[in-house]
Design a protein. Structure first.
Lengths: 303, 320
């Protein structure tokens, strides 16, 4: 068996309340991502999916801090890495795409130059060479007229194009792991479909593993091989995508799937009411205490 | 036959866009809505779907009286709602109200829920404290909040509760038509389900007519009776929800439905492809645009017509 690319072990993270006391946000999260695998983290606002990704990137800022656990990337604990080493990994071996490309891109620099910077910083290319590579990278994410577009500033582009620029930038150095945090939430549906296909194809071609974070179960299903469901700082269930959607076992997962209006279900069920998670789970705080359900456990061993 | 509740007839909205030149040089006209016609019946939920910039919100704003139409007629119970002879803003408010996408942005942070809900009542001549109090209490119960919560401020509520307040505010004047502008797209999955359920319950209980603006087609399929698909200011396809979702005919509608990230479809791609075979044959007619290349919004669209292809199912085709 191959070693996992990313191995998160019992990660606990909290907001500092001063005097070394913390309000917990992640209460011991563990999961692994294999090389080349697309892993999805799904959950509602505040469930802890984004802070998990920030912890992996080493971008947590005070008052947020990891209180215990390990994040092993190719066997190396990222939490113990000096800042300098982490900077060499970030953008190079681990890259990230954010939700809102307008705030993630520098408005004062052309997109070509921002992509070229990746090659200069991480691969020691000259600016002239890097700018040629940047045009090539824009072509790879299917931006029309890449040489003209490279001279554009972010505000001259549409949301879909900007997100393509983000992808070009993130994949510039062919990273081992791409973290995508709600990358298509701000986009129109048809543009979203194109961007998702692009992420899927480019990562498959480069063997890049993906940690895909979204609240949208449909998006997760279309891109990930395995899914972890997060709720209130805990991973409550993890399984292969198909198995998770077809036979969810944790009551929160079941509630989440029942709360989703599904395409084509109206012809069978009419305009019925959707599942109200709060009404089936009277005590939400009890949810996280019930045991984590991993795929290998049998039905009978459920709590 | 009685007049439909709301009738929109050949609505056009154009915006003058100033060019870069001096003295109005390079002035152009943006064609936002190009000849939209539809009717809304009592108790019906009609959805307008389409992507950013297709003119769906402009259409809604025209109905609310927040955007003057360039051409065309909007009638409420047979009476014009825009242009000459239009009712005053106060009367219009009793007919049509709106629920906004982001309840936090549309509620005044310095007004308690009671103040927000009482203001429209007072403006419409209801001044007796006991009646105001009674109606606020009843309305809060209707939307699933408690009367005690009336003294709180918007920041004290969760996103779902705020949307309930937004709905209460839209319904307090007892309008017949409620425009829902992306009513659930800012909400989490579990909260979204609660608000959808609430909207369906209220519609049945109060006999409301909904005009829903949305890009989320799974929500549209769940809630609507009829659907209008808009693309660059025009209706490209309209029909009952069953026709639109089971026999989508215009290439843009099909593309839109195919793009919905739906777990069942993602896991069983074969089923979705099979639906291509169900497209009706349209002898000798062709589509003006297949929806993959954007038309120029600064020129009037190519003339085309909506053709009836089945009971209440119409699709836009090039002129024969």
């Amino acid at each position: 068996m191959t070693a996992p690319l990313l191995d998160i072990k019992n990660l606990q993270l909290g907001v500092s309340l001063g005097r070394s006391s913390y309000h917990p946000l992640l209460k011991g999260v563990s999961f692994q991502i294999m090389p080349g695998e697309a892993y999805g983290l799904v959950g509602e606002s505040g469930s802890g999916k984004s802070v998990t990704s920030l912890a992996v990137m080493g971008l947590l800022k005070r008052p947020l801090a990891v209180t215990s656990g390990e994040i092993l990337f190719k066997g190396q604990n990222l939490l113990a890495l000096p800042k300098r080493e982490m900077r060499r990994l970030r953008g190079n071996r681990i890259a990230m795409i954010f939700q809102e490309p307008m705030t993630a891109l520098n408005p004062l620099s052309t997109v070509g130059r921002q992509i070229a910077e990746m090659f200069v910083l991480h691969q020691g290319k000259s600016w002239a060479e890097a700018e040629k590579l940047a045009v090539e990278a824009l072509g790879n994410v299917r931006v029309p007229n890449p040489d003209r577009r490279a001279r554009n500033y972010p505000h001259q582009m549409s949301g879909g194009l900007r997100q393509r620029v983000m992808i070009a930038m993130a994949l510039a150095c062919s990273p081992d792991l791409l973290i995508a945090d709600e990358p298509t939430t701000a986009l129109d549906v048809t543009v979203q479909a194109e961007v998702l296909r692009l992420i899927k194809e480019l990562c498959a071609a480069r063997g890049t593993a993906v940690l895909f974070i979204s609240h949208d179960l449909g998006v997760i299903a279309s891109i990930c091989q395995r899914v972890g469901v997060m709720y209130s700082g805990c991973l409550v269930e993890e399984n292969e995508t198909r198995a998770l959607f077809e036979s969810p076992r944790h009551e929160y997962t079941r509630g989440l799937l029942g709360a989703l209006p599904r395409l084509g279900s109206r012809s069978e069920h009419g305009r019925q009411r959707l599942v109200d998670i709060d009404s089936i789970i009277a005590d939400r705080s009890r949810l996280t205490e019930s045991r984590f359900i991993a795929p290998r456990e049998r039905e009978g061993s459920q709590p | 036959m009685t007049a439909p509740l709301l009738q929109v007839d050949d609505l056009h909205v154009r915006f003058p866009i100033s060019g870069g030149g001096l003295l109005g040089k390079g002035r152009r006209t943006l064609h936002a809505v190009n000849g939209i016609s539809f009717e809304l019946a009592k108790g019906e939920c009609l959805s307008i779907v389409g992507e950013s910039g297709c003119g769906k919100s402009t259409t809604a704003l025209s109905i609310l009286g927040l955007q003057e139409p360039t051409e065309g007629m909007i009638r409420y119970r047979g009476q014009p709602l825009a242009g000459p002879g239009a009712p005053q803003r106060m009367d219009r408010a009793k007919a049509v109200q709106m629920v906004f996408q982001d309840p936090y942005a549309s509620l005044n942070p310095r007004q308690s829920v009671r103040t927000s809900l009482a203001a429209p009542l007072r403006l419409h001549g209801i001044t007796a404290a006991s009646e105001i109090e009674g109606r606020i209490e009843a309305m809060l119960k209707n939307v699933g909040l408690t009367p005690e919560q009336a003294k709180r401020y918007p920041h004290e509520f969760s996103g779902g509760q705020r949307q309930r307040i937004g709905i209460a505010r839209a319904l307090i004047l007892e309008p017949e038509i409620v425009v829902l502008d992306e009513p659930v797209s800012a909400l989490d999955v579990s909260i979204r389900a609660q608000i959808i359920n609430l909207l369906l319950d209220l519609q049945e209980k109060l006999g409301l007519s909904y005009l829903m603006i949305s890009h989320d087609l799974s929500v549209v399929e769940h809630m609507s009776d009829r659907v209008l698909v808009m693309y660059f200011g025009e209706v490209v396809e309209e029909g009952g929800w069953r026709e639109i979702f089971e026999v989508p005919t215009h290439p843009y509608t099909r593309r839109l439905i195919a793009a919905i990230p739906d777990p069942d479809a993602a896991l069983n791609p074969a089923e979705r492809q099979a639906s291509d075979a169900t497209v009706p044959q349209l002898a000798g007619r062709s589509f003006v645009s297949d929806g993959s290349t954007a038309p120029d919004v600064f020129t009037a669209p190519v003339r085309s017509e909506l053709i009836e292809i089945g009971g209440n199912h119409r699709v836009r085709m090039a002129l024969a």
